[in-house]
Write a protein of this length. Structure first.
Length: 583
């Protein structure tokens, strides 16, 4: 049966190359103009242990990892048992597993009520025979999948050549042999056996990128030239990307001794006139909150990325959650305003990174970007981003007239004071965490403190009218709607498309700007509806309760659905909630 959409799941132990195989499939799909969505999952171990991936490939844009797995590859069933909640299979699933695994076909740990086609294949033996090493069994598997299910074989060869080019032609050649060896086995033993084959035509090549890499790229484009960070899952890839790429553009990347040092370095870099960023996750963000207050009171632009993971404390480092919202909004002593943004998918990460720097520079304020593991470590093939569509803004500098009697924190009509940099003649000032007057001199006056608080808060008010930072999807005439943010928006969009095909319609409101909340825009959306669903991935319903602080949300027409993270929302789960309000 030819299909326009297929999902492959793979599971194995450390060293089986499961994640690498998934990334090859995404790169192959991108090379041939297809859309792909890679979702990775890891066991709780620091190193090694079980891992799995799901790769969905289609000729149309994708918003989620899909509804279930069409093809399952298990290098061993013990690992599958540990990761089975990540690898939900469809009716009629095609199962491939290593011949060396002693599990009889009748005992494989898949619900016996689900129809399936099972093939035991000597993956390790083929790898040794054709490539001389058992390590190539993941590449052999890709050859089998490409041949049996019509996955992008030309793209796979291109991806393998690109990946191993620096290792020399011998390594490239052995991996191509492994790919061809798997394809040969499939032609000989699996011809006509596959239950589903991907039907597609070649399209314009796309780019394969993760959310973390897209965010780092957007920061670089926006002018970030200083990055300081400390490794933490699932944000470490941003630090790794910056360490590799930033020096090429005259920038500096520092792996600091901890998160406190990281954000403190940002304060110094920003004071010196540089555009600066750090990245972390919830535990590291907790350590940064005091310096965030410093950036707020000293009116220093900086960008802090929080790739949320399941908490509290260490939590589940490799799983997503949207439970750091309160932390991003309120974690400070005193009134310490900041801006909070959230991308909704991988492609959106580039745009939001640019916006974060632009807002930070324009309003001289710290900006928090709330990503999460599902976006950060997801790899997708997307249409190429044209950076020319994103203007870049720099901070306001003092004019010659202003520098004559320079007051760094002068109260202006819009609350934005000109910001001098060290070395500017006449522009010397003190940027301190202690309360200060307009010139920067310390003060204990309650009246001055009140005036400075007003300045720092009121200057952000125009952001509430940024309609371009509130995404909308669906027909305006629909009387039912969903408000969601961050990574949950993708699954809602997929449900929207599926239900629309059956004549059921609803609207989506997805704010990129979480604080200051675009209150008028959100209120107008709520008022236009007969039924509303607020959806989020945390136990306490943080987003819903935050909305109610600023927006009149009548309980009579509002349904909420929130639960803990650790499991991504499924299309079926969200569809049930949305169909509930539609009915």
């Amino acid at each position: 049966m030819d299909v326009r959409d297929i999902t492959v799941g793979m599971v194995g132990s450390g060293g089986d190359g499961v994640i690498s195989a998934g990334e090859f499939l995404v790169q192959a799909a991108a090379a041939e103009g297809l859309y792909a969505y890679l979702l990775k999952a890891f066991g709780p171990q620091i190193r090694g242990g079980e891992s799995c991936c799901r790769v969905r490939i289609s000729d149309h844009p994708l918003h989620t990892h899909g509804t279930g797995i069409d093809v399952l590859v298990a290098f061993n069933w013990d690992d599958f048992r540990k990761m089975s909640s990540e690898l939900v299979v469809k009716e009629g699933v095609f199962v491939i597993y290593e011949e060396k695994d002693p599990t009889p076909e009748n005992d494989i740990p898949i619900d016996s009520a689900i129809s399936r086609k099972v093939c035991k294949i000597p993956l390790t033996k083929i790898a040794i025979d054709v490539a001389g090493t058992a390590l190539a069994k993941n590449i052999v598997t890709l050859g089998i999948l490409a041949e049996a299910f019509n996955l992008p074989s030309e793209g796979l060869q291109q991806a393998i050549r690109t990946k191993f080019a620096k290792k020399g032609e011998k390594v490239v050649g052995s991996n191509i042999e492994a790919l061809n060896g798997g394809a040969s086995y499939a032609r000989e033993h699996l011809r006509g056996v596959a239950t589903r084959r991907l039907a597609y035509t070649h399209g314009t090549p796309k780019m394969a990128i993760t959310g973390n890499d897209a965010l780092a790229s957007g920061a670089l484009y926006a002018g970030c030239r200083f990055f300081a960070g400390y490794p933490i899952t699932p944000a470490s890839e941003i630090l790794e990307w910056m360490a590799r790429e930033l020096p090429k553009f005259g920038g500096t990347c520092v792996q600091a001794e901890d998160e406190i040092a990281s954000i403190s370095m940002l304060a110094g870099a920003s004071f010196a006139g540089g555009k600066a960023m750090t990245s972390t996750s919830g535990p590291g963000f907790s350590l940064m909150t005091e310096a965030l207050g410093l950036a707020s009171v000293a009116e220093l632009p900086m960008v802090v990325v929080n790739c949320q993971r399941t908490g509290p404390s260490t939590g589940i480092p490799t799983k997503p959650e949207q439970a750091d919202l309160y932390q991003a909004l309120f974690s400070a002593h005193g009134d310490a305003p900041r801006v909070v943004l959230a991308p909704v998918d991988v492609e959106d990460c580039f745009r939001i990174a640019v916006e974060a720097f632009n807002i930070g520079e324009a309003y001289q304020t710290p900006v928090v970007v709330l990503s999460d593991q599902l976006i950060a470590q997801r790899k997708m093939s997307i249409d190429r981003i044209d950076p020319r569509a994103f203007p870049v803004i720099d901070r306001r500098r003092p004019t010659p007239e202003e520098i004559d009697r320079y007051e760094r924190f002068r109260v202006t009509a819009d609350g934005i004071s000109p910001m001098a940099i060290p070395g500017m003649e006449g522009g010397a000032y003190v940027a301190a965490g202690i309360e200060h007057d307009e010139s920067g001199d310390p003060t204990s006056s309650g009246l001055v403190h009140e005036r400075m608080n007003e300045k720092r808060s009121d200057k952000l008010e125009p952001l509430r009218e940024r309609a371009d930072l509130v995404l909308r999807f669906g027909p305006e005439e629909a009387r039912a709607g969903v408000i969601a943010w961050g990574s949950t928006v993708g699954v809602v969009r997929e449900v929207q498309e599926r239900l629309a095909a059956g004549g059921k319609h609803f609207r989506i409101l997805a704010p990129n700007l979480l604080h200051p909340l675009p209150t008028r825009i959100v209120q107008a959306f709520v008022d236009s509806l007969d039924k509303l669903l607020v959806l989020e991935m945390n136990h306490l319903g943080q987003f819903y309760h935050y909305l109610r602080m600023h927006v009149d949300i009548p309980r009579s027409k509002t349904t909420t659905y929130y639960r803990s993270g650790g499991r991504v929302f499924s299309v079926r789960e969200v569809s049930q909630q949305i169909e509930g309000i539609l009915s």
